[in-house]
Design a protein around this ligand. Structure first.
Ligand code: HEC
Ligand code: HEC
Length: 372
């Protein structure tokens, strides 16, 4: 009777089910704990950064050296050009040295009184934009030319070798004539670039290559504000009229032009606002560098807007960007596939354009996947 009443307890099956569930839960929790212990790495202990404490002098003042010690040291491993001493063993030494001279003193070969061609360029030197003969960190250097060319470039819609890329700058930045690929001059320029990049692995871009990134403004760049900056910080060298200043012998520019008939044309890299702003932010006024910039981000964008609103030679660029959807956000000439107008492409704000272009690119990729 007692047995029976126990078995007939209507709650018994529920209780036993509950116990099962509880056991299952506990087992899962234990399993989870074990999983975590095994697979989640223990957090690495935080190494406390040691700040060097500057010591004040007896008057309680900090010396320059003490102040310097407070600035955190940049220990990044930036690219630097190969040691010139390695040239001595190079069978190409003479050609490489000749190439470097062409980059540094381009005008003496192709300028107004050029030894090779008179006035086949605007008289600028490659080095005016590729600083320190193309070796300055974030100074538009040539560190990754040898490692990344030949490569596909959307501007021409074709695979370009180094010769083509060098001639691009002759025709656009130097607003001049392309030079013969087989000439000793072209061979020298390319030999020099290959020597500069000889320790860079194929396909790689070392740290410090090209330009350093610069954040967008959330407004359009303002050429009126840029004008003020130009007259405060640039005109002392580049002159009031922006036309630069030639040396006394008229063989080269002491201060290169920023606009006018001897400047880069509107198909050149610097005519794109982002290139100009990045170049200037980390290299101008002369002496500025990526770890010692002199301009704020706003000043760099605004002065870019001012300079790139002045007159300069035109290039026939109808064949550029054969796929209009690949035009970069700051390419200032339509037609465009993204729906933004020429003015916004030229002066910004760029963020909405860039986001739209990225979304369009993603969609193209998905489509491509489905087709194949
Ligand atoms: C007015 C400025 C200017 C001058 C002068 C100039 N360049 Fe350039 N060059 C640029 C800019 C800007 C770029 C980068 C453009 C870009 O990425 O869109 C560039 C890119 C290059 C590149 C490709 C670099 C890379 O890593 O992809 C080579 C090679 C080059 N220039 C060679 C030359 C040579 C050779 C001369 C002289 C005959 C020269 N440039 C003169 C502005 C200039
Ligand atoms: C102290 C003189 C000096 C000042 C100030 C100066 N620059 Fe320059 N700038 C130069 C020199 C010199 C070069 C060429 C560098 C070389 O060949 O090594 C140059 C090159 C350039 C170039 C590339 C070559 C060209 O002519 O297109 C640009 C762009 C430029 N400067 C913009 C500016 C801007 C913008 C400012 C003001 C924010 C400025 N510079 C202030 C001396 C100066």
């Amino acid at each position: 009777m007692e047995e029976n009443s126990k078995n007939n307890n209507p709650l018994a099956p529920v209780v036993s089910k509950l116990i099962n569930v509880i056991i299952l839960l506990m087992v899962s929790i234990i399993a989870l704990i074990i999983l975590f212990a095994v697979f989640v790495p223990a957090p690495t202990p935080k190494v406390e950064k040691k700040m060097e404490v500057p010591i004040p002098d007896k008057n309680g003042l900090f010396t320059e050296a003490a102040k310097q010690a407070l600035i955190p040291k940049d220990t990044t491993n930036y690219w630097s050009a190969p040691d010139a001493a390695t040239l001595d063993q190079d069978p190409n030494k003479d050609l490489i040295v000749y190439g470097k001279d062409l980059i540094t003193h381009t005008s003496e070969y192709y300028g107004q009184n050029g030894k090779i061609f008179k006035s086949s360029t605007n008289g600028m030197n490659c080095q005016n934009c590729h600083l320190d003969a193309g070796t300055k960190v974030f100074g538009n250097n040539y560190s990754s030319v040898a490692s990344t060319y030949p490569k596909f470039r959307a501007r021409s819609g074709a695979i370009e070798n180094i010769y083509k890329r060098v001639n691009d700058c002759f025709e656009r930045s130097l607003n001049g004539k392309a030079i013969d690929t087989l000439s000793k001059e072209m061979q020298g320029i390319v030999a020099y670039m290959k020597w500069l990049g000889k320790d860079v692995k194929k396909g790689e871009k070392p740290i410090g290559s090209g330009f350093k990134d610069l954040a967008f403004l959330d407004r359009a760049a303002d050429s009126e504000k840029g004008k003020t900056i130009y007259f405060e910080k640039c005109q002392s060298c580049h002159q009031v009229d922006g036309l630069g200043l030639m040396n006394a012998e008229k063989t080269a520019y002491t201060y290169p032009p920023l606009w006018g008939k001897n400047s880069y044309n509107d198909g050149a890299g610097l005519y794109r606002m982002s290139n100009f702003a990045k170049y200037v932010k980390y290299n101008m006024p002369l002496g500025a560098s990526h770890n010692n910039p002199q301009l704020s981000d706003e000043e760099a964008w605004d002065v870019a807007a001012f300079v790139n609103s002045q007159t300069r030679p035109k290039k026939d660029i109808k064949k550029d960007w054969p796929k209009i959807e690949e035009k970069p956000f700051d390419h200032p000439f339509g037609p465009y596939a993204d729906g933004f107008d020429e003015k916004q492409h030229k002066y910004g704000p760029y963020k909405p354009i860039k986001e739209k272009l990225e979304a369009m690119k993603k969609r193209r990729r998905v489509k491509y996947k489905f087709k194949n």
